[in-house]
Design a protein around this ligand. Structure first.
Ligand SMILES: [Zn+2]
Ligand SMILES: [Zn+2]
Length: 332
């Protein structure tokens, strides 16, 4: 392993502005090398926003990142979670225990917590999505065999001590942070905004790299929710966004607009193809993405395609017909 690779795999901390720090925590995922947690000064301690995935060495990485900005877990007075994905929330239980603090999160976290202790159920759900999308049984069996020992990245499911919903504020030395519910990426997603400094902690709702990820099956219309949530954060007029992955970025409006355009382009591409002839989610995903569908991206891209189709269905542009196994999508 090269020195560079080794460095990438360690937690790192850096100051963003006085009283606000970025904690960069490694992830085991190809293409997503790390996630960000954030700490901000609040009276005698700090508020920690997100805490990273639970995996071998993950607590040491969080402590190392904190140590680099002269903080310790003991300083954490409250743990605030942008959303219940394992990379942001996975080690909430041990962090809460070690710091002796409360954990605050949005109540719609069943998408992560319902099956967190049951990886087989998570995999079964994923295979069911594949089956409905038109993936062959042989491919599904291969997928099952490769993923049957996947781990959740979640140390233990704990209920939040308080709900992060619209109107909640979190005090800090920079001033209060306002909570905004921003479902779409997943139902439990919130963003935090500090209005005097115009800083947005955007979680995975708006990332520095324009890319989508939408959780399917836990709410009626994830794409519609995502678009509404883009309007919510656009109205804040943030100057700096601190996202769940990648570096802090400015020009927040342009990033939001980029997401809207990406969604519109995918909806249009799907609409056109369904107009021509009935489609499965798999046949559409093969055409609307400029990357082949492979093991590493299949669940994500099929899920996203189904979210787009569900949105078009909600708007009355397409309808689904099941042959018992596979859903075929028709123009209305
Ligand atoms: Zn996420
Ligand atoms: Zn994430």
């Amino acid at each position: 392993m090269s020195e560079l690779q080794r460095k990438r795999e360690l937690g790192r901390g850096e100051r963003v502005v006085a009283g606000l720090w970025r904690l960069r925590l490694p992830l085991p995922w190809a293409g997503i090398p790390h996630c960000n947690a954030w700490a901000f000064a609040a009276g005698s301690g700090v508020v920690l926003v997100d805490c990273g995935m639970h995996q071998p060495g993950s607590m040491a990485n969080l402590e190392r990142a904190l140590d680099q900005v002269h903080l310790r877990l003991d300083n954490v007075r409250r743990l605030v979670i942008t959303h219940a994905h394992s990379d942001h929330w996975g080690q909430a239980a041990p962090v809460r225990e070690r710091a002796g603090c409360e954990m605050w999160m949005h109540p719609n976290h069943a998408h992560a917590t319902a099956n967190a202790g049951d990886p087989a159920a998570v995999l079964a759900r994923r295979l069911e999505v594949g089956r409905q999308s038109g993936v062959s049984l042989a491919t599904l069996q291969e997928y099952h065999d490769r993923h049957k020992n996947d781990v959740s990245g979640i140390a233990r499911v704990i209920e939040p001590d308080a709900s992060l919903t619209d109107g909640v504020t979190i005090d800090s030395d920079l001033g209060p942070w306002q909570v905004f519910e921003t479902p779409g990426h997943c139902p439990s997603h919130v963003c935090l905004f500090q209005p005097e400094h115009r800083i947005l902690i955007s979680g995975d709702h708006v990332l520095g790299r324009i890319s989508l990820f939408l959780e399917y099956g836990w709410s009626p219309d994830p794409v519609g929710e995502f678009l509404s949530s883009l309007d919510v954060v656009d109205a804040l007029d943030a100057r700096l966004a601190l996202s769940g992955h990648g570096k802090p970025f400015t020009d927040v409006h342009a990033h939001i607009e980029g997401n809207r355009k990406l969604v519109a382009a995918k909806l249009e591409a799907i609409g056109e193809r369904v107009q021509r002839e009935p489609q499965t989610a798999l046949s559409l995903a093969r055409e609307i993405y400029d990357q082949p569908i492979v093991d590493g991206n299949a669940a994500w891209l099929l899920t996203e395609t189904l979210c787009f189709l569900t949105h078009l269905e909600a708007q009355g542009f397409v309808r689904r017909e099941s042959d018992g196994d596979v859903d075929h999508w028709h123009a209305t």
